[in-house]
Write a protein of this length. Structure first.
Length: 441
């Protein structure tokens, strides 16, 4: 189905997204408008697809992915589309996001809609099942699955997977980046470990286990010993057995890579009445409002991280305002920013390449892919620059120490559950210092 709204006007958009910050480089919209050279989007529409969870447990994120793509298409159309051709988004539901549902959704977009590109957020699954379908069609695939499997797949046959791009670093960096961050806190005197033990709790699936294994493998390099390594079922509301093990042998750090927000909120509700003097890091779930809504005061002090989210800087806050003006104050721009940036990267590369390519037009899409590989895109989430031969975004600060050349690994802390979590690292993006959790004070 087409979901492109007619509400967005050229006049409204020119007054917002095209207004660049003072002394800044060209915004994504300005760069594309320059490539369009004043064209109006009156030509034949270009279908662009997205396969995202519009139902089931992943719908809160999937709906934001749909919104992010839609807003990008509306804005791009207001500045001439791609060389005068407007974008027409189509969405297919991936439901529970198993590989079978993911592949079927992609096939429908290609076979029924003839989409020139697929711009996704994430889909839970292997992270690679749909890429053969994309490669066989010869179109461009922009996604944010955040899995090392993408890097490995593209590296195994770069020519075949020429059109597959992951706009953020893989989940591997969550483990290594977390250990480096708490070491930085110690060096700065902001955190003093009570002992050398770290407890690691993971959920099922490669995303959670890859991160947990990365922490376990790197812990010794920072002087930690793993006192607990446990996998929990999904969903889990009773944390008593796990908490009993933690309280029996209190660690300095608790790292939970299971990511369902409701489950993580229950952990905090059951932990805080009898806490251990442990720094608590959780994966992804705390970024969703449901975590704070359920856990309330018990969530204050929790750390979490993301390698992809809109930054709270001048560019990101302007995007937040446009996003919420379009979708309402409760809309989550931090998530919608992913396909938003991905759509701009693809559209700009198309304009530079002389147009997009339909399924089967591999020659034109190879030109588009070549431009994507050469681009350094400063979007809402930071800087996207693709690793040659892997086509995933560089990680800042692990793979480059220059924030203008890599996607920032953001560390956030809930300091007041009634307020938006604050970005505490990395520099130069951080907005507030780390605060000692109340159960450790």
């Amino acid at each position: 189905m087409s979901i492109l709204s007619k509400a967005s006007s050229r006049r409204a958009f020119v007054g917002t997204a095209l207004a660049a910050p003072a002394a800044a480089a060209l915004t994504p919209a300005q760069l594309l408008a320059q490539a369009n050279d004043g064209m109006e989007a009156t030509g034949e529409p270009i279908p662009v697809g997205q396969a995202s969870a519009q139902t089931s447990w992943g719908a809160p994120d999937g709906i934001e992915f749909m919104r992010g793509l839609t807003l990008a298409c509306e804005e791009i159309n207001a500045i001439g589309g791609i060389l005068g051709r407007p974008l027409e988004p189509h969405i297919e539901d991936t439901g529970e996001m198993g590989d079978d549902r993911n592949v079927q959704a992609i096939q429908r977009l290609i076979d029924r809609r003839d989409v020139h590109a697929i711009v996704n957020g994430y889909n839970v699954g292997t992270g690679i099942a749909i890429q053969d379908v994309i490669a066989d069609a010869g179109i461009i695939y922009m996604h944010y699955d955040t899995v090392i499997a993408h890097n490995e797949l593209v590296a195994s046959d770069p020519d075949y997977y020429f059109g597959s791009f992951m706009g953020d670093p893989p989940e591997y960096w969550y483990g290594a980046g977390f250990l480096d961050y708490i070491n930085t806190l110690e060096v700065n005197g902001e955190f003093t470990r009570s002992n050398n033990r770290i407890a690691i709790i993971t959920g099922p699936g490669p995303y959670s286990t890859n991160i947990a294994n990365s922490i376990r493998e790197g812990a010794g390099d920072y002087g930690y010993e793993v006192s607990l390594f446990e996998s929990v079922t999904v969903p889990i509301s009773e944390w008593g057995p796990t908490l009993a093990k933690i309280r029996q042998d209190p660690p300095a750090v608790i790292a939970i890579t299971h990511f369902y927000p409701q489950d993580l909120a229950q952990f905090m509700l059951q932990f805080v009445p009898d806490p251990t003097p442990s720094l608590i890091y959780m994966q992804y779930g705390p970024s969703l409002a449901a975590f704070r809504d359920i856990g309330k005061e018990s969530t204050n002090g929790v750390l979490y991280a993301t390698v992809i989210a809109a930054l709270p800087d001048e560019i990101g806050t302007a995007f937040e305002r446009r996003y919420k003006d379009r979708w309402g104050e409760d809309a989550t721009h931090l998530t919608g920013s992913q396909p938003y940036d991905g759509c701009y990267i693809w559209a700009t590369a198309c304009a530079l390449a002389g147009g997009s390519g339909a399924p089967g037009d591999e020659e034109q899409n190879r030109k588009v892919a070549a431009h994507i590989r050469r681009m350094i895109h400063r979007g809402m989430n930071g800087t996207t620059r693709f690793i040659p031969g892997e086509q995933a975004a560089y990680h800042y600060p692990a793979q480059t120490n220059d924030p203008s050349l890599g996607m920032p690994h953001q560390f956030l802390q809930i300091q007041d559950h009634m307020q938006t979590p604050v970005l505490v690292a990395p520099q130069p993006y951080s907005a507030a210092p780390f605060a000692t959790p109340p159960w450790m004070g």
